[in-house]
Design a protein around this ligand. Structure first.
Ligand code: FUB
Length: 456
């Protein structure tokens, strides 16, 4: 089959795909911490439990993209059980790379002190596996000890900041898992971190500043930025700037105002540049069934003002435009998706992450697939069913758009007995399309699990 490769920039410019917020629909995801490695953007998250009444969080998760619209679920490479000294509250993480190792800083509840602590795990790849790097907390013993943020300065000095509502920091040693001396304490004041509001139930008394939690520390064009959740509950996102990595800090104002329509009393920032554009990550409670303890990560594109300050960034449903496209003639993991309804993901040692909990009428959307000029001829997928299976209908551009293929998934003798199955393509669909995998079968039970797909 002859295929023509058009200029990437031409096709991307003409593509209209947008990241849809929230970015992940298969489970609740919180506290986004972006990191660029190679040509991919990774986002490390927490995971709110279904029907939770507090932040009873048990694991951290990783997602990645190379086009800002299709996100791949890498599962959970780190959880509370990986820290022998921890027992609960897998809160806001950040992962950074140094010398080919990936350092995953996390807050969790410590069995040693009965309070929160900062832990550090290490892995050889951005998706893990990760292991507790030191077998004990990096910093322990204080309810303030949450939400670590790490930045490695141009001179190689790494800084770790954290804290709610006090800010703490250390200069990490080159090993990234230890530091010399005492933890430094920075009590945020109004000049550095904005005016504090009144303390509820204590008329006339004000908090010392607007800083609340969730710091995100980085440097851009010689200036240091601290972006954070502010204003107490409900939170908005504000920022401060400095000429030095350890302050003094100057309050610079609000980035994302508190909006009732975010349906979450917390918010949490992560800021990064990727493929020449700037992105602001945050979370809302806007997945169906979500709320203050059922949050979901989102992204907005933005441009810094010419003086390096932030514009106001508002939460949207649309998110960020595509900066790339997907090749449907390569194997694509089923857990790579722009949007989905009804399905969740699971992972095992052999397949890694796969799509599960598939019922009649559920679907997955994959955006900006470039079929080029002449195909496809065949649709292939790997799926498993411990019952009677079902059908993957492959539609273009909407759930009831042109039908390209109908792939019958048989009973494979087990929910993890994956079989490779092919179906002929019924029509040609040259050019750029959004692909919809619409799942059909008996109404009621789970139909099958879905590991990967490819067109030929
Ligand atoms: O996700 C648990 C906690 O909620 C985080 O540590 C805070 O930043 C807030 O988002």
């Amino acid at each position: 089959m002859k295929r023509f490769f058009f200029s990437l920039s031409l096709l991307v410019a003409s593509g209209s795909a947008l990241a849809e917020n929230p970015l992940v629909q298969t489970c609740f995801t919180t506290d986004p911490a972006p990191m660029v490695h190679g040509d991919r953007l990774y986002v490390y998250t927490g995971h709110d439990e279904n029907n939770a009444d507090f932040f009873w969080m048990q694991e951290w998760r990783v997602y990645s993209t190379d086009d800002m619209v299709n996100w791949t679920d890498h599962g959970s490479p780190l959880a509370i059980e990986d820290f022998s000294w921890g027992d609960d509250r897998a809160w806001a993480p950040q992962c950074v790379e140094r010398n080919g190792k990936f350092y995953f800083y996390v807050p969790l509840h410590s069995k040693l002190t009965g309070a929160m602590a900062i832990g550090v795990a290490v892995g050889d790849s951005p998706t893990g596996p990760f292991r507790d790097a030191i077998g004990k907390p990096l910093a322990d013993g204080n309810w303030d000890f949450i939400d670590p943020t790490c930045f490695i300065d141009d001179d190689g000095q790494a800084y770790l900041y954290w804290g709610n509502p006090t800010i703490y920091y250390v200069k990490l040693n080159d090993d990234m898992v230890s530091f010399e001396g005492e933890v430094q304490k920075l009590v945020p004041d109004a000049e550095g971190f904005g005016p504090g509001k009144e303390v509820p139930m204590e008329p006339g008394k004000k908090y010392g500043s607007s800083y609340t939690e969730g710091p995100w520390f980085y440097k851009r064009d010689g200036k240091y930025y601290m972006v954070y959740a502010a204003g107490g509950i409900p939170e908005h996102i504000a920022y401060s700037m400095s000429d030095s990595p350890t302050g003094p800090w100057k309050y610079m104002g609000t980035i994302m105002p508190q909006k009732d329509e975010t349906n979450s009393f917390t918010n949490h920032p992560g800021v990064i540049d990727y493929k020449g554009k700037s992105y602001f990550f945050y979370h809302t409670g806007n997945l169906p069934g979500g709320g203050g303890f059922g949050r979901s990560i989102c992204v907005e594109p933005f441009e810094y003002n010419s003086d390096g300050t932030f514009p106001t960034i508002l939460p949207t449903k649309e998110g960020a435009p595509a900066v790339g496209m997907l090749d449907p003639y390569q194997r694509v993991e089923a857990e790579t998706m722009a949007w989905s309804e009804g399905v969740t993901s699971r992972q095992n040692a052999r397949e890694g992450v796969y799509v599960s909990n598939i019922h009649n009428g559920d679907y997955i959307k994959v955006a900006n697939a470039n079929f080029m000029s002449g195909g496809p001829r065949t649709f292939c997928a790997s799926a498993a069913s411990g019952l009677r299976g079902g059908t993957i209908e492959v539609h273009m551009d909407s759930v009831d758009g042109p039908l390209v293929a109908e792939l019958k998934v048989p009973a494979t003798g087990g929910w993890e007995n994956f079989a490779y199955i092919e179906a002929p393509a019924q029509i040609e669909v040259p050019g750029m399309h959004d692909i919809y995998f619409v799942f059909k079968g008996r109404k009621g039970p789970e139909l099958f699990n879905f590991d990967y797909w490819q067109f030929k």
